[in-house]
Write a protein that binds this ligand. Structure first.
Ligand code: 4AD
Ligand code: MG
Length: 470
């Protein structure tokens, strides 16, 4: 008999009276000496199906081993449910136990574990209602992302994970090497670029120092200079030692890059995109959102609705500094023109001052990456950060510097070796064009959409400082 999923049963895809086969994990078992009520969940939907087992028909030993966490296959008749909370249930005729879960040692025996505890058992936490909901929403958001771009004629470009360049120039890269760290080959003769005693990377796998990428943008730009509209979506890595609820060492980033787009077009796309994703969640994930709303964040659904109907505020960095300085708010970090905004500043603007998402533009060039287009004032660059309630920066992007000479000058000023970036500069040498793009932190999006408070709880296997167990 073909397995049927709980979602299909609860959505009325099977007529009452039919015999069905379901497979899944026991969430709870209760009952009395005559009957057992087993809540079975297969992850297809947040709800479990109630299996009713008349004990007269079953071996006592078998039912004894049907405990929370055990995995079962159940065959039985689908019937209308008398009990509250479900429309249908299964009158069990046959139960097979695939795998038992010893009640003495199964860590999810009881409900109500803290999220902190569940992080320590990341291998089992998908079995909880909370993480089932989060990971289903994560899937939906990835699917919506591809759909959004596909509908608009973008091409998905796969950019490398191993790279020899530091896109953001922040020096937060994880090295990739096959050299023996206990016996590193050293340079014995001085050359133009290397001094005696430093590591001889010509002996390494790629013949040069390489790292895990912090962003697919630079390669994305190469794609946009041929296909016009591309996007990347993949894991990125940052060795920033910040133990915050918004940072991961390995996170997923989506980066669209568009030839012929200027900063206004870039902002329009980012705003349309975020609204599309949030709307998608409201349309396709309501069961899971309702669960998260009720359990963790009573304002979640209202907050999601609030961003799809408003125009995002568009403001310059300089304008934002002015507002922050005039505010009565006490900030931990001082506000003055030229400083990088902290999450407390971003959240003040979004949550208190404007009470809607804000796109900040035209940041001081000294706090932004080399590739951003220099404004005519010579002091600011055509950057744009999208700031969201509860999150702060959810998107960072910019119009790119397409003028070869200006870009070369910026790279010199920032000590970025032109020699290693010849391939990037070639796009400015041959058929350069105005272009722009941005990066969405996928887990930051998920923090917003699920209402979870910690970024470690929206990715199946979080990588943070001192944490790579599972
Ligand atoms: O602002 P960032 O550093 O921008 C870039 O990397 C550009 N290359 C993007 C582009 O223009 N194509 O990062 C983009 C986004 C941030 O806005 C944030 O949402 C997320 O990535 N992000 C992180 N998310 C989780 N953990 C971290 N350590 C993150 N660092 C950045
Ligand atoms: Mg940024």
């Amino acid at each position: 008999m073909k397995q049927i999923f709980v979602k299909e049963l609860l959505q009325g895809k099977v007529a009452v009276g039919e015999t069905v086969l379901v497979k899944g994990w026991v969430r709870t078992k209760r009952g009395n000496k005559n009957v057992a009520f087993i809540a079975l969940n297969d992850g297809s939907i947040i709800h479990s199906i109630q299996v009713v087992a008349d004990l007269a028909n079953f071996d006592e030993e078998l039912i004894k081993h049907v405990t929370t966490g055990a995995c079962l296959a159940v065959t039985g008749k689908l019937v209308a449910s008398m009990g509250q909370g479900q429309s249908v249930e299964i009158q069990a005729e046959h139960i097979h136990i695939y795998g038992e879960a010893d009640p003495e040692t199964f860590p999810l025996q009881k409900k109500g574990h803290t999220l902190e505890f569940l992080r320590e058992i990341a291998h089992l936490r998908p079995r909880t209602n909370t993480f089932g909901a989060v990971f289903r929403i994560r899937h939906e958001m990835a699917y919506a992302l591809h759909t959004f771009y596909h509908e608009r004629g973008f091409f998905y470009l796969h950019t490398p994970i191993i790279t020899a360049s530091d896109c953001e120039g922040a020096g937060q890269m994880f090295h990739v090497t096959t050299l023996d760290l206990n016996n590193l080959p050293k340079i014995t003769e001085k050359t133009d670029t290397c001094s005696c005693g430093s590591v001889d990377y010509s002996k390494d796998f790629f013949g040069k120092p390489t790292s895990l990428t912090v962003s697919g943008q630079l390669e994305g730009e190469l794609g946009a200079m041929a296909l016009s509209k591309i996007y990347t979506f993949g894991p990125t890595f940052r060795a920033e030692n910040s133990n915050t609820p918004r940072h991961l060492a390995e996170f997923w980033m989506n980066e669209p890059e568009m030839a012929f787009y200027e900063i206004q077009d870039n902002m329009d796309l980012a705003e349309e995109f975020l609204k599309y994703l949030v709307k998608w969640a409201l349309e396709h994930c309501m069961d899971d959102l309702q669960f998260l709303n009720d359990l963790y964040d009573k304002e979640l659904i209202e907050r999601l609705k609030s961003v799809i109907d408003v125009d995002f505020v568009r403001l310059s960095y300089t304008g934002a500094i002015d507002i922050l300085q005039k505010s009565e708010q006490k900030f931990e970090f001082k506000v003055e023109w030229g400083v990088d905004l902290q999450s407390e500043h971003e959240r003040y603007l979004v949550e208190k001052h404007f009470q809607k998402p804000v796109i900040l533009t035209d940041y001081p060039k000294d706090i932004k990456a080399f590739y951003m287009k220099l404004n005519d004032d010579g002091k600011t660059v055509r950057a744009m950060d999208v700031l969201f309630p509860r999150i702060g920066e959810i998107i960072g992007g910019s119009q790119r510097e397409e003028r070869l000479d200006v870009l070369q000058k910026r790279m010199q000023d920032m000590n970025i070796p032109e020699k290693e970036m010849w391939w990037y500069l070639d796009t400015r040498r041959f058929g350069t064009a105005p272009h722009a793009g941005f990066g969405l932190g996928f887990e930051r999006l998920l923090l917003f959409v699920t209402g979870m408070a910690n970024i470690r709880d929206v990715i199946p296997f979080p990588r943070t400082p001192m944490n790579a167990e599972f």
